[in-house]
Write a protein of this length. Structure first.
Length: 565
């Protein structure tokens, strides 16, 4: 209730402040500011027109004229006449029309500059700024969504109060607009506080009274005792409604205890023997077949091991892995490498779970750890096969794994999950280095570069710098991928052991020295963003236009290169 009152007080305060800003005195002050600004601007304009008899055109001293003058000043001191006072007249040219300045033109420019720096112009600008600041302080109408949200937080009926509050704000907004557009000579009266605020204040007082009563009741209320009483009553109520079920459960527990006593007189030997026979006929042989199949699929057929049933205990069949044709009793863990042990354990696991009816999901955490290249590729191929009829989730930090799985799996069936700072994973796009280079370049150009350009134009170079540097770095990476995928026709790739020549090697004949020069030029240009540079030769971050142009050139080259015969 207190929180509702606090929110209600915020609504009341906001309305009161708006009415106070729009009262008679405020309106008079705003009209006075308008008149002062207009008078001072007129005085300044008349001053330059009177003092500068050399003016040839109307409008000298206006906002447009002053903007033009400041632009000319900036161009003169930064480009045309660096380190020279503005305006440069002796032996100089006009910075706007680039014609020689005669004596009359020199005098006119000096008079203009004297006017701009004069007290009258400064007074006019100060008065205009004071008027602008006062207009910006006029209240604006909140959105319908924010009004509805504030009413809800204040515990007010939205259907009853939304229209009233919106009408209040419509009145305030209309008055603000009228004040903004009123002339300095036109008289305008302020707003008087409406009865709606009084109604809201009455409701606020009621909520405060109720909140105080709640607080008083809470202090006198023994919550702990009431909670215990409630739990006891609920327990009695439940027990009363479940009387038959409780008596039935009591009889069931008695029978279970009696059954447990009977089991002590029964030997499990017969059960275990029969379970062994059934397991051998139905389970063991099929499981061993699946194990051998998984070893073959994982490229581990050369590892001479076999799966044997050891013993049956209480009806449970146990197995262990042994070396084939071994005459020693050396433990298998002392013979096989860590990678071989991992691949055998993976085969046993897959043999177990693939024999179940349910298509349960698989979750692997770096399943290729400690595996050599052959086992690594075979493991990935098997995971891709399993993904055809069940979900396969893989966590990995190895680029080689990601490169091979993207090469062997259908990209449309892959879902990449990225780590977020709040601790959970989120579905995201395929990493840049795992995409096709041309698609990644277009994504870089049409998404990230567009956002960076917007930051550049709105917030400047400082906030643009880290975004552009990241784009340059990724552009450099994609240039390397272009060399792998297109220039070298995917014959060889980093993180891939195999060399693919079928239907590809003839494409290398398309490569010309100009292609190499183009790629080399851009690799050199953007390598500075991947490697540290001398502080004496700092590398400037390209503008959005330059980045866009470079990406377009590479894409255009790719389209032309792709169409070559």
């Amino acid at each position: 209730m207190l929180k509702e009152k606090e929110q209600l007080e915020k609504i009341i305060k906001l309305l009161k402040n708006s009415y106070e800003i729009l009262n008679d005195e405020s309106c008079k002050n705003l009209q006075l500011l308008k008149k002062i600004a207009e008078d001072k601007r007129q005085i300044a304009t008349e001053a330059i027109q009177q003092n500068n008899e050399l003016s040839k055109l109307d409008g000298v001293g206006s906002k447009t004229w002053r903007a033009l003058w400041e632009a000319a000043r900036q161009y003169s001191i930064t480009e045309a006449y660096k380190s020279e006072d503005f305006p440069k007249t002796d032996g100089a040219k006009c910075v706007l029309c680039h014609q020689d300045l005669d004596e009359e033109a020199q005098k006119r420019l000096l008079n203009f500059e004297k006017f701009v720096k004069s007290t009258l112009e400064k007074d006019a600008l100060t008065a205009e700024k004071a008027l602008k600041d006062a207009i910006e302080m006029l209240p604006a109408k909140p959105t319908a969504e924010s009004i509805e949200e504030s009413l809800q937080l204040a515990g007010l009926d939205i259907d009853e109060w939304k229209t009233k509050i919106e009408e209040e704000w419509n009145t305030i907004a209309a008055k603000s607009d009228k004040i903004k557009n009123v002339t300095s000579t036109e008289e305008i009266k302020g707003l008087s506080i409406s009865t709606v605020i009084s109604e809201l204040e009455n409701i606020s007082m009621e909520k405060e009274t109720i909140a105080k009563q709640f607080e008083k009741d809470a202090k006198e209320f023994d919550r702990k005792k009431a909670k215990n009483d409630l739990l006891e009553l609920e327990a009695k109520e439940w027990a009363s409604s479940q009387k038959d079920a409780i008596l039935s459960e009591f009889e069931r527990v008695k029978k279970i205890k009696q059954y447990d006593n009977w089991k002590t007189f029964v030997s499990t030997r017969g059960i275990s023997t029969k379970a062994s026979e059934i397991s051998k006929m139905i389970i063991t042989n099929e499981y061993i077949r699946r194990f051998n199949y998984e070893l073959e699929m994982l490229g581990a057929k050369k590892i001479k091991v076999k799966l044997e049933k050891t013993r049956v205990r209480e009806g449970v069949v146990n197995h262990k892995v042994k070396l084939q044709d071994s005459v020693t009793s050396v433990p298998i863990v002392d013979v096989l490498s860590e990678g071989e042990q991992r691949i055998i354990a993976l085969a046993a696991f897959l043999a177990d779970v693939t024999g179940k009816v349910e298509s349960t999901p698989f979750i692997f955490d770096d399943p290729i750890s400690s595996l050599d290249q052959d086992f690594e590729e075979k493991t990935i191929e098997r995971l891709v096969q399993l993904a055809e009829n069940r979900q396969v989730i893989v966590f990995t930090h190895r680029l080689s794994f990601l490169g091979i799985i993207n090469d062997k799996a259908n990209a449309l069936e892959q879902v990449h999950i990225r780590t977020e700072p709040w601790g959970s994973g989120e579905v995201g796009e395929i990493p840049l280095f795992a995409k096709k280079p041309d698609k990644a370049l277009k994504s870089l150009q049409n998404e990230r570069l567009v956002r960076a350009k917007k930051i550049y134009l709105q917030r400047g170079s400082e906030e643009y710098y880290p975004l552009a540097k990241a784009i340059c770095s990724d552009f450099r990476i994609l240039l390397e991928r272009i060399v792998e995928f297109y220039l070298l026709a995917d014959v060889v790739q980093r993180h891939r052991r195999a060399i693919n020549t079928m239907g590809k090697i003839e494409k290398l004949a398309k490569v010309t020295s100009k292609d190499c020069e183009l790629i080399d030029a851009y690799m050199t240009k953007y390598s500075v963003y991947e490697h540290s540079q001398s502080s004496e030769l700092p590398s400037e971050i390209p503008t959005p236009e330059e980045l866009d142009s470079d990406i377009n050139k590479i894409l255009s080259w790719y389209e032309e290169f792709k169409s070559r015969i």
